[in-house]
Design a binder for this molecule. Structure first.
Ligand code: OGA
Ligand code: ZN
Ligand code: ZN
Length: 396
């Protein structure tokens, strides 16, 4: 079907605070009752369904003009068909829909359409690029200066980008003041409380309620595995580290799991199909959950690694899976112990390491508490805070 074209300097309001821009121009536009097809200058072909377009109308009847949330309920209307379109060159397209006895007109800017295209090529492009690493990452660990982080958008952006890409980033020059890590977190958003409080002191204690609060070495692990959804982001701020020992170890769990998937697919399959039971309990709480050690997304990509031996509770699985599951855990554990995956560092006072607790495992060497002082403070955040801060900063 044909369309008519007009040229104006109109801007279509998409009822969206994000700023959508595209360097691409539209070559051809075609439609029928069910589909709108847009071909772009780079060869990308976007096909949008009439029902999808109608559902995404941004007019003030379909999106609340202040709340910017959807008020249109497709369920209450007849199935839409595209009756006519008008191309507004350089701006977007106006669609006239017919829905039973109703008619409706919707505007879409090209940039918005390009951004929301759901062709296979577009979906592949949207996936965040993670840079999986091994021990060589020691030399590439991104370090951001505390003042840059606090006083510049570029500083905080560099920090967030590294966290998303590498799952780990170091901040240097943090004042060694108790609770400072909360200010660091609040530059992004609120922290996530846990049974350990808003933040917690990692020191060797006489009556510890967790092995972290001893001077024992800690094998690579993720934190709060006993929670239904463990916190995504963990911060550890070093206030003092003058003891003998106490170095830090990190590993990219996605890298290790990727190798496991290739080298021992049966173990990978077990760990990503059957849950382990994890539990933490002390005088005042008792929190347990059944969860996969290797959680995959609907596309089969790793979503979360959850591994913590001291919080592993007794296994509750069908009898025939008990021995294979021990074998699978051992296969993962063996790789986690392999130094080819280890990023080792020694946190110094004024350094704050942040990592993605759904991807990067952390651990430490034992230390001799009689040789000095070791004091870290830790807190957690949800990944949504990071995503939100990035999106808001990208609006300008
Ligand atoms: C923790 C932890 C590591 C360290 O507190 O979760 O693992 O270096 N601490 O003390
Ligand atoms: Zn509308
Ligand atoms: Zn820990």
């Amino acid at each position: 079907m044909s369309s008519n074209t007009v040229v104006t300097n109109q801007v279509f309001d998409m009822a969206d605070l994000a700023v959508y821009q595209t360097p691409h121009s539209v070559k051809t536009v075609n439609f029928n009752a069910k589909l709108l097809e847009v071909r772009w200058d780079d060869g990308r072909e976007s096909v949008f369904h009439a029902i999808w377009l109608r559902d995404n109308c941004a007019c003030s009847k379909c999106k609340h003009p202040k709340a910017l949330e959807r008020t249109y309920m497709f369920f209450d209307h007849a199935r839409p068909e595209i009756k006519a379109i008008q191309v507004v060159e350089g701006t977007g397209v106006v669609l006239d829909f017919i829905q039973g006895t109703e008619q409706h007109s919707s505007q879409f800017s090209w940039a918005w359409l390009r951004h929301h295209c759901y062709s296979q090529a577009a979906l592949a492009e949207q996936k965040p690029i993670k840079r999986l690493w091994d021990s060589q990452h020691q030399h590439n660990l991104v370090v951001v200066d505390f003042n840059d982080y606090f006083t510049t958008d570029n500083g905080v952006k560099a920090w967030m980008d590294a966290l998303l890409k590498d799952g780990i980033v170091l901040l240097r020059g943090v004042p060694t003041v108790s609770g400072k890590l909360i200010e660091v977190a609040n530059r992004i958003g609120p922290v996530r409380n846990s049974n350990f409080g808003e933040f917690y002191d990692v020191i060797s204690m006489p009556n510890p309620n967790a092995v972290a609060y001893t001077s024992l070495g800690l094998e690579l692990h993720t934190d709060l595995v006993n929670w239904g959804s463990p916190p995504d982001i963990q911060m550890l701020c070093c206030l003092a580290n003058s003891v003998v020992g106490g170095g830090s170890i990190f590993a990219d769990g996605f890298r290790v799991a990727q190798d496991l998937r290739q080298e021992d697919p049966e173990s990978f399959q077990l760990l990503s199909s059957y849950p382990l039971t994890y539990r933490f309990h002390d005088e005042s709480c008792d929190i347990a959950t059944d969860a996969l050690a290797l959680e995959l997304d609907p596309y089969g990509q790793l979503k979360r690694i959850r591994f913590n031996n001291w919080l592993r509770s007794s296994m509750q699985l069908p009898a025939e899976l008990i021995e294979p599951m021990y074998g699978a855990i051992a296969a993962l554990w063996k790789r986690l112990r392999d130094t080819k995956y280890h990023l080792t560092t020694r946190l110094a006072a004024g350094e704050l390491i942040t990592y993605d607790n759904s991807r990067v495992l952390h651990g430490r060497e034992s230390f001799d508490a009689n040789t000095g002082n070791r004091h870290l403070q830790g807190c957690y955040m949800n990944r949504e805070e990071i995503a939100s801060k990035r999106a808001v900063l990208a609006r300008v």
